[in-house]
Ligand binder design. Structure first.
Ligand code: ADP
Ligand code: MG
Length: 432
């Protein structure tokens, strides 16, 4: 009913080119890692065991995951679209280091809108008489890269008349971001439909071969832009999710890949030897991945968890306390972290969280432009996201690519929250 421009910074933000290149260089490794985890039933089961005892949402996802494995996977083509997010940690000597915040394996957004921000910032620089600087902004088109992955999965599914289904929220505030990707598919003569869980519940069905039909139309690919937070589900929506997961359609992501993106998995990956086990023989990839890890700590019951909980209570500003949630605004910091952790330190409730070292970037000044907000200069920090896209057919990786980047910037007053949460705004990196 109301259309606004997406919020953006007036000026591009400086990003160290070495760190930018490092983030690009490690993305295909992360694609391989996420895909390996999604196929490793034992790892997921073992890693999430303590979490699913106390976190109902993760437990429900896990139950569907187990059920489809027991029935036998009907799906043989797999499509992953993820976004690995980083901040630039300022060390004691002032040298910035690339540190991963998290990897988003479901509904990773803003690839569409950010494909337009280079043009916006290029124009702003020209207006300021800085055409030389404008020409140095890197081209960036994740829309196209994401669509190429979806198109590849659609092609391998192998039915000319089948459609791609975007699974979208009941009320969709970020529709234009999705339309950018959708348009790329129509340009390739691939039909796209947009449906909600409720539509799937009412009109979705499987045939004998577990082909998915919506209203009589066969669906080749289900691209989730929904389904990543508990609020997205009621009983009917859970049933719809199960139907989709049981189907032959390519899910982006399948439920195992969604679970691979949980914060608990991220924390377990940082244990010594874990990456080596998950990616055997990939020594260089393991080194590149590990270099981006910040300190991550398990709060599982036992001595290890007791010790780190005590440390965080004593020095809360060194840490971030994270539950198994997505979408921004869920993490705890500082005094609030201390209070919550103090309350649950001796109870299994603490295992629904992980602890992470707090990344401390160097703030810079910028203007954040947001509809109906006064323009003022803010002290800002930025988060760089890299889009990864891969397609696997059976055991064979047939596509493994890096599809572009996203820079989001926010005022330092906000510890947490992304663009959708109304905190961060779209930005463009200016490499220095
Ligand atoms: P979500 O799944 O909700 O997006 P994130 O792990 O991305 O969860 O955290 C949300 C936001 O909180 C990030 O965008 C970042 O601004 C901030 N944040 C998360 N982890 C850290 C950290 N270790 N240090 C500093 N800030 C963090
Ligand atoms: Mg995030």
């Amino acid at each position: 009913q109301v259309v606004n421009y997406a919020p953006f910074t007036l000026l591009p933000s400086a990003v160290p080119s070495a760190l930018f290149e490092q983030a690009y260089a490690v993305q295909q490794d992360f694609n391989l890692l996420v895909d390996a985890i999604s196929q490793n039933k034992e790892f997921l089961e073992h890693t999430l065991a303590s979490t699913i005892k106390v976190d109902d949402f993760t437990a429900r996802l896990f139950r569907i995951h187990k059920q489809v494995l027991e029935e036998g996977l009907a799906q043989s083509v797999f499509l992953g679209i993820n976004r690995s997010d980083y901040m630039f940690d300022c060390g004691v000597d002032g040298t910035p280091a690339l540190k991963q915040i998290e990897i988003n394996t479901i509904a990773a957004s803003f690839g569409g809108l950010t494909s337009r921000t280079v043009a916006v910032h290029g124009r702003v620089l020209k207006v300021l008489g800085k055409s030389e600087e404008a020409s140095r902004l890197l081209p960036n088109n994740p829309s196209k890269g994401l669509a190429l992955g979806i198109a590849k999965a659609w092609e391998l599914y192998g039915s000319q008349s089948a459609v791609v289904m975007f699974l979208v929220e009941e009320v969709q505030r970020n529709i234009f971001d999705q339309r950018c990707v959708e348009n790329e598919l129509w340009n390739r003569n691939i039909r796209v439909i947009r449906k909600r869980f409720r539509d799937v519940f009412e009109k979705g069905s499987l045939d004998d071969a577990k082909r998915l039909y919506m209203d009589g139309q066969e669906v080749a690919v289900v691209y989730y832009r929904e389904g990543y937070v508990p609020d997205n589900y009621n009983q009917q929506n859970w049933e719809a999710r199960l139907l989709l997961e049981r189907s032959r359609a390519v899910k982006c992501p399948d439920i195992a890949t969604q679970l691979a993106g949980t914060k608990k998995v991220q924390q377990e990956l940082s244990r010594p030897g874990m990456l080596e086990r998950l990616l055997p023989g990939c020594t260089e990839a393991v080194t590149r991945i590990r270099a981006t890890f910040a300190g991550l700590y398990s709060l599982d019951m036992g001595e290890e968890g007791d010790k780190i909980a005590a440390k965080a209570i004593a020095d809360p500003d060194r840490f971030v306390l994270k539950p198994q949630r997505e979408g921004g605004g869920n993490n705890l910091y500082g005094e609030e972290l201390r209070q919550v952790l103090e309350k649950i330190r001796d109870s299994p409730a603490r295992t629904s969280y992980i602890l992470m070292d707090k990344i401390k970037p160097q703030p810079t000044k910028n203007y954040l432009l947001r509809a109906h907000s006064p323009l003022q200069v803010s002290e800002c920090i930025s988060e760089l996201g890299i889009f990864g896209v891969y397609v696997r057919q059976g055991k064979e990786m047939v596509m493994n690519t890096t599809a572009g980047h996203l820079l989001r910037t926010k005022a330092i007053e906000h510890a947490d929250g992304g663009v959708a949460a109304g905190v961060a705004v779209l930005d463009t990196p200016y490499l220095v």
